[in-house]
Design a protein around this ligand. Sequence first.
Ligand SMILES: C[S@@+](CC[C@H](N)C(=O)[O-])C[C@H]1O[C@@H](n2cnc3c(N)ncnc32)[C@H](O)[C@@H]1O
Length: 343
Amino acid sequence: MQIPEIHSDYRPIERILVQAHAEKLLFAAMEMQLFDALRQPATAEDVAQKIACPVLSTRRLLEALQSLELLDFQDGKFVNTPTASDFLVTDSAAYQPKGIHFLSNMYQVFTSDFTEVLRRGGYEGPGVEDWDGGEGHWAEKGTFEGMGSYALCGPIQDVRNFVMDLPGLSSMKRMCDIGGNHGFYSMALLETYPELTSTVCDLPHVVGPAQNFYAGTEFAQRLTTRAVDLSSEDSFGENYDLALASHVLYYWVGQLSGILHRVQDALRPGGWFVTSHFLRDPKEAVSYDLAFVNLLASLSGCKAHFIEKDALAAEFEAAGFQNIRSAEGADTGLLILAGQKPD
Ligand SMILES: C[S@@+](CC[C@H](N)C(=O)[O-])C[C@H]1O[C@@H](n2cnc3c(N)ncnc32)[C@H](O)[C@@H]1O
């Protein structure tokens, strides 16, 4: 055996292998309702008793969850961080386990045979046909529920607050939700603006199942659908006070002009177009989180999963939008950018 000379650090590799299992810890803790046991500070012994596990391994699990920023530790007791309190305690209004499992499943679809997927340059396989290209999954109830639940964990609230600050919309009556899918963005605004109705514009095969999904909600009467393929010349309709597009324009970065002009046509004079996407600040290094979603986006036929603010603002201006304004979601990594159709 030859013992190699080592002049570098092996730990980045070790870290990757260890962190790959963080999701398992989270899911086990959720299954045992561990976060319910930590609404108030508790010792490892207390928690062990509540989740029916041995004390030592419970303590080690709690320490691991602390390092993952889900728990704090003070005076010998563990307690939920605000993130865990909001999203992982079962009676919290923001508890959205379907959103967590949706993201996890989607990542697994891509990564389960990753070398092959990378070589092919995209995902196509059993279960989910052509993840983004064939778009079959966009019309599934599990997608409406999962992606909608994920959107309820901050993005929808950021967008609603942004819209509420826009001038001239206080008594708005008509909006369209482009690529609206689950309709939860629309529903949040329908709840806020009592006279508002919304039209979800989505791919032809998505709108039927989407309408059935909305039928089970209190907003069924005020939420309609319209089949629109953004890659075609389909119209979004007309005379809207507000058009919204969340996580959809990144497919067309660099070639948005046609879509932006059609949105202009669909708005009343003075109406607003609000967009929401992941933000990439070109001055900052790309984080692992963003690099990973960009990689998956590239395997779905998009250049990236984010939109740069200056580039988007320039496209808005070139299409004739005025009063461009933007905000960054405090905890969501979102760029919300809007422009107004001239009066
Ligand atoms: C990532 S999802 C975003 C859903 C929702 N707006 C949100 O932010 O949670 C993208 C949506 O765009 C729709 N979409 C994709 N390609 C489209 C196209 N060519 N025309 C219209 N809608 C499209 C999909 O069906 C899906 O509903």
